[in-house]
Design a protein around this ligand. Structure first.
Ligand SMILES: C[S@@+](CC[C@H](N)C(=O)[O-])C[C@H]1O[C@@H](n2cnc3c(N)ncnc32)[C@H](O)[C@@H]1O
Length: 263
């Protein structure tokens, strides 16, 4: 495992982001103010939330944040593209909503209905607060659950998106707090379930998207995708300096391996 993929380092970053003296209760991003509750993933200490907004076509306003370069090849299938997605439309399920900034921005951009789900109860509360702050509580429902467990049986979405905890921790790692789940996934058990289960929550023609990076185990993720009958396509990439490393972020689409082979 390379240093950039170290789960110990990620857990240190998790801890630091909670205890920093400058951690605000409200932050400004993309020209809007957002509540940030204790114990919730803070979008301001890593570029990933801003990149996710750009990947989903929910970005500028202001354009890529300073210091963000454009993508390099990732070694995944189908050739990495540098372009961002066309803006999202229709219904959206955001898994792992954190503060709700992505779900609420999507609703403000016209998506709906939007469901913002998280395994952290504080994050769910945070997302509901930010939906109210920006007047979209009628279109954004914040739900608590492990992946899809908070959904009703008949719910279906045009897009399912997770900006994931892509750093891989050992299978037997025991989480010390729910906040650590924003940073690392023990044995990629949650990534495996996401890839296996997300398609059943899609509308016909809907997409399962995953924001991942080379802090994660790209090869391992591809192997898990294959085991769950999926293939990962790279829709966009962006390389950014993070804490002295260059990190490549990628927007992946999980498609049925059978459909991919037929095309
Ligand atoms: C990297 S953070 C992203 C937060 C937010 N989307 C953002 O971009 O600012 C990953 C999020 O996934 C959530 N998460 C981790 N495991 C989960 C699970 N099994 N079910 C639902 N959410 C989960 C974490 O609590 C965290 O809020």
């Amino acid at each position: 495992m390379s240093e950039v993929q170290s789960y110990v380092r990620s857990l240190q970053r998790s801890q630091e982001s909670l205890t920093r003296a400058d951690r605000p209760s409200v932050f400004t991003m993309r020209g809007r103010d957002w509540d940030l509750l204790d114990e919730v993933f803070a979008p301001i200490y890593s570029p990933s939330t801003g990149i996710a907004l750009d990947f989903l076509g929910l970005g500028p306003g202001p354009g890529p944040e300073p210091g963000l370069g454009s993508g390099l090849g990732s070694g995944l299938t189908d050739g990495a593209a540098e372009a961002e997605q066309a803006p999202l439309k229709g219904s959206l399920l955001e898994i792992g909503c954190g503060t709700g900034i992505i779900a609420v921005t999507a609703a403000l951009a016209g998506c709906g209905p939007v469901v913002a789900a998280d395994i952290s109860e504080r994050a769910v509360e945070n997302a509901a607060r930010n939906a109210a702050r920006h007047g979209v509580s009628d279109r954004v429902r914040a739900v608590h659950g492990d992946l899809f467990s908070g959904l009703g049986p008949g719910e279906r979405f045009d897009t399912i998106f997770w900006s994931s905890n892509y750093v891989r921790a050992p299978e037997d790692y025991e989480y010390r707090s729910v906040h650590e789940r924003a940073y690392v996934d023990a044995g990629y058990a949650v990534h495996r379930r996401y890839l296996a289960e997300a398609p059943q929550w899609l509308t016909a023609g809907g997409s399962v998207l995953l924001h991942f990076s080379n802090r994660g185990d790209v090869e391992g993720l591809n192997a898990i995708a294959a085991e769950t009958g999926r293939e990962l396509r790279v829709l966009a990439t962006r390389s950014v300096p993070e804490g002295g490393d260059m990190v490549e972020h990628m927007l992946l689409e999980a498609v049925s391996a059978r459909t991919a082979a037929a095309n």
